[in-house]
Design a protein around this ligand. Sequence first.
Ligand SMILES: [Zn+2]
Length: 408
Amino acid sequence: MKKINKNKIFSWTLLLAGGLNLFCSEALIAKAVPSSTFVGNGGDAQDLDLGVTLAVISNVSQSLDAGSKDTLCKCSDEWQENDICRVLRQLSSQEVKACQQILLTYGQQLSELAGRKSPVVYDWSYSDMSVRSQAQSQRGRPVDAVTQPQKKRIIINRSRFQAMPPSYRVALITHELFHLIPFEKGLLTDEESAPPFASGRAMLNALGAAIAMEANERQVFKDFNELRDVSRAGKVHRLYLEGRNIRHPEKSANSLLKSPNSGGTALGYIYQPGSLGLNISVETTGYSGSAFGIGITEKQAIYQLGVQYRFFPWNGYLSRWNELYVTTGLNAGFGTSYYKASSRYVDKSDKASLLSVGGAAKIFIPLNRDLWITVGSEFRQLRYEYKTLRIKTIENQVVNTIGGAYGF
Ligand SMILES: [Zn+2]
């Protein structure tokens, strides 16, 4: 029987310094989320880890029946050192019974809420969220997720979610989903009492831990092992290196005796915290050849800054293609252009400042271990003037790129 990596659990425990204490908050304090919190729009909510988490919750909760009571809301010896177990071990026998009863009664609803046709909307927060409870009005405590029942919306702290082991994600999201399930007395908040549990929060933590433990017991996570190493679109930073084939089909550069094609490389960095991202790159391109016995060299260095919008064209549910995405954006750049023409009779060179502006689209194809293949195309216009040679160039280019990227 495969055990989940306990070292990983241990480091997570240290990280939070408090063991499993899923920091969640619900509607009444959700408005306390600071306005600086950037919440990505729905275009980014498609996430493989979230998809796996929801599938696990849905599968486990759907299959609960009276026969599950042997393990449900309990901790077996095998998982003794797991923090999720710790939550369950602390439950009184009355609480275990209540936990089982709730899960057997509401399991089907939970399964539907976690299922594919669920109305629940997920958003990511890219900065720490904190909430203020009524009691402590000054500084709030940091939270991993916020649920807004009216909007059926769950906002998740992106970086903390990514750092969690799979079973913790299941515990967290189960907790949040139960904020959306109406019990006899209506929706449950963290703060209110929920006997026999000490509070709503304690009850929901127990339910979350129970579903996560049940998933461990049934080895449900194993079904998704093949997705473990797939590169995740959610990584905020990306470095890339690409080869560029540049076509300048117009005749505008004729006086420079250039070929209609040149090539180069670009090294770039992308900051993509959500649907919108920034792109910085350094590009060196060049052409050398000869015409009419004259050797021609032109070299350009271009520093580009761009803004880009990211979207996911396919809903590759629970597959690698879930992470494939496309960016489109606008770039502006500046740089230098160097030109040299030499033959037995002439030897001329000149240097110019250049400006560029253009639009680009790029596909990011996920490999494994945060590596990506990129394929893209850019249309841009370069302007520069060789003053000594008195040649002014306005050149439209089509740039095709292929490269590799690393996310972190
Ligand atoms: Zn909660």
